[in-house]
Ligand binder design. Structure first.
Ligand SMILES: [Ca+2]
Ligand SMILES: [Ca+2]
Length: 342
């Protein structure tokens, strides 16, 4: 019998729950670590137009914080002739404070730059220059400050004609860490967590199929295997292999063999923790009397849970009492508590 139980436990652990794809950039964007870049297709324009273009795409004008990112962009321009001999607006500008370049989106002062020699020069012959752009041409790759408006008139110099019609947008957006990462779980791992309530109790999946929020101690019945659905949805499977379900009447049970929409919770990060919204549009709540419901319209403090991630091995121990095998949590590698803030 003991072997049978062990086999069941192992089987449950080994049959992997589906793992969502890692956080990827939208189609058409280049991916560099957690950053996505888009060399915009829209034509020459002002820095402000480029900024608007990026914002319409859900991003911002690119920020280049270090050599690694800069090299990545330069390498892309080097290998793609379509990106060459064009000015690409980035977020760096000194519009607000001449000579003090900051990044438009973050507001941060430039800690890294790749200015061409003698740049930025705020060239007065073209009315000053406050907006940074990238260029890849005959002498390679560099940054320069350029007239933000573009469309400068053609100016005749002793060495020839000069004009600047504007730049193209180089946009950025960053992938958000998936819920999986926020829970402390890594790709491919069997993610096990406990939910700690506002009242410092743990959510428990009872053997009889009920779910409560009244346990002081973290043990085997308070541990759930998490299945991640897409970017922000989870399902919780209790120790007994039953899923946590939000019933239509606002109660919560832990008695479903299969997970469908009622067993799927949308995760919202809430500063110090996470809120879990049911398919019925109600939040999971840990009541002060130890009950667990899913009947709140708004997520306040009682609707916020901390996720306790169990790192490393968790072994299921077994003791025999009165002829029955009782399982208990033998060992937890380490515990880490995750809140929503990151
Ligand atoms: Ca300037
Ligand atoms: Ca310049």
């Amino acid at each position: 019998m003991k072997i049978g139980i062990l086999f069941l436990l192992l089987a449950r652990t080994c049959i992997g729950d589906p793992i969502p794809p890692s956080q990827e950039c939208p189609e058409g964007w280049l991916q560099n670590l957690e950053h996505c870049f888009l060399f915009g297709s829209d034509g020459l324009g002002s820095w402000a137009e480029a900024k608007e273009y990026c914002e319409e795409k859900g991003g911002f004008l690119a920020e280049i914080p270090n050599e690694q990112t800069n090299t990545y962009l330069a390498d892309n321009m080097k290998t793609d002739s379509k990106l060459q001999k064009k000015w690409w607006w980035i977020g760096a500008n000194d519009i607000a404070n001449e000579g003090k370049f900051t990044w438009d989106n973050s507001g941060a002062i430039l800690e890294f730059n790749a200015w061409d020699t003698k740049q930025p020069d705020d060239w007065q012959k073209v009315g000053g220059e406050d907006c940074a752009a990238l260029y890849y041409g005959q002498k390679g790759y560099y940054w320069n400050d350029m007239p933000c408006s573009g469309l400068t008139e053609t100016i005749t110099f002793s060495w020839g004609l000069w004009s600047f019609l504007g730049g193209y947008p180089l946009c950025q957006k960053d992938t958000t860490p998936g819920i999986q990462k926020l829970f402390g779980c890594t790709d491919g791992s069997n993610c096990k967590v406990a939910l700690q309530t506002h009242h410092n109790k743990y959510v428990v999946a009872e053997n009889n199929g009920q779910a409560n929020a009244n346990r002081d101690k973290l043990d085997i019945w308070e541990i759930f295997s998490v299945t991640f659905i897409g970017e922000n949805k989870v399902q919780f499977k209790g120790h007994h292999g039953k899923y946590l379900v939000a019933e239509n009447d606002g109660t919560v049970n832990a008695n479903r063999d299969q997970a469908g929409s009622w067993e799927t919770w949308t995760v919202e990060t809430k500063g110090i923790g996470f809120a879990f919204k049911s398919v019925h549009g109600k939040y999971l709540v840990a009541e002060s009397n130890g009950k667990l419901n899913a009947n709140r319209a708004v997520a306040g403090s009682w609707e916020i849970f901390k996720v306790v991630h169990l790192n490393g091995e968790t072994r299921n121990g077994e003791d025999q009492h009165n002829g029955q095998w009782n399982q208990h949590l033998d060992k937890v590698g380490s515990l880490e508590i995750f809140g929503g803030a990151h």
